[in-house]
Design a protein around this ligand. Structure first.
Ligand SMILES: [Zn+2]
Length: 332
């Protein structure tokens, strides 16, 4: 879902579009101009249907952008930097450069998106009714009503409590708030995401088997995407949960075997690499202070002929660095 071309900055947030948006835009426009509109409002000029389809498609994407922009603005206000918003195949995604630090912030960032979609649904529905009341052409009323409907669908679908949907984030924030355990909350939301993803796949395949092929496959595809994303979120939550609060001191190998910087590489291989089961050794100077590290792969990259003349001071040098040139080891 990377950015194919950039639309610009809105409220200081970079907005980009992935090429796959073209596919969904075409599906929506053609579906409306050649399907829904001629069916509901027959006997109009073909150009009118195409124009109505294009307008509805463009305003739909503007609605999607408003949804994502709401996530981004609230995230920034809660101290979470936002990298960019990208529109793609399955809608939009606001890329946050971090995670909300409290359950309350997590809830606000997640809930504002569906809230904006819900408000847009009401606004377009009311606009449609108003246009109808003043006797506007039925196709124009139809565009407004469809925009109300699609925004309502967007809000409801996103509220399903399953990661990575907004409802999953809301579920995460509530479990986090109740238990105080962010990792457990994220895993709960991810599990729900996998269940919902498999449910959509099953329903989609069922629909495809019963005959409505494309729609069913599309649903199964969305289900598969949700399942994959939920699995990724669970792995991430488990990893960051396991490592939370762990210090490097707890992970490191204590009391490492050190190599004097004047040691030649062939001596290092004989006396250190083969004798100790480490891949990396700290290198110490004359006074015992650390001056660097030497790893097995540094040595592997060096031609054997060079190893006898080269010391721990660095490949290509014949004297050690930082200790006045200790050559005792050379030639052994
Ligand atoms: Zn959202």
């Amino acid at each position: 879902m990377s950015e194919t071309f950039r639309l610009g900055h809105i409220f200081g947030v970079r907005v980009g579009v992935n090429w796959s948006v073209v596919v969904i835009f075409a599906l929506i426009t053609v579906g409306l101009a050649a399907g829904r509109f001629p069916l509901l409002y027959p006997d109009l000029a073909a150009g009118a249907y195409v124009a109505a389809g294009l307008v509805a498609g463009v305003v739909f994407f503007a609605s999607l952008l408003a949804h994502e922009m709401a996530h981004a603005v609230v995230a920034k206000r809660n101290g979470v930097p936002v990298e960019a918003i990208t529109l793609w195949l399955f809608g939009g995604v606001a890329k946050l450069e971090g995670e909300p630090t409290t359950p309350g912030a997590d809830f606000r960032v997640a809930a504002v998106g569906p809230a904006v979609s819900l408000v847009l649904a009401l606004v377009f529905a009311l606009l449609g009714l108003l246009l109808d009341a003043v006797g506007a052409p039925e196709l124009i009323v139809g565009v407004a009503l469809w925009l109300g409907l699609i925004n309502a669908v967007l809000a409801v679908f996103n509220l399903v409590p399953a990661a990575p949907l907004d409802g999953g984030r809301i579920l995460r924030s509530l479990v986090w708030w109740r238990t105080g355990d962010r990792t457990r909350a994220a895993i709960t939301a991810a599990h729900a995401g996998r269940v919902f993803g498999w449910f959509l796949i099953a329903v989609g395949v069922g629909i495809a088997v019963l005959g409505a092929g494309i729609g069913g496959l599309w649903l199964a595809f969305i289900g598969w995407f949700i399942t994959m994303a939920a699995r990724g979120e669970e792995d991430y939550a488990r990893m960051s949960g396991t490592l939370a609060g762990v210090t490097v001191g707890e992970v490191m190998s204590p009391d490492p075997v050190t190599v004097p910087s004047g040691t030649t590489v062939d001596h290092f291989i004989d006396e250190y690499v083969f004798a100790h089961n480490f891949s990396t050794f700290p290198v110490v100077g004359e006074s015992g202070n650390p001056v660097g590290v030497i790893a097995l792969r540094d040595v592997k990259a060096m031609p054997p002929a060079q190893r006898a003349q080269t010391t721990g001071g660095g490949p290509g040098r014949s004297t050690a660095v930082g200790d006045g040139g200790d050559h005792r080891a050379v030639g052994r």
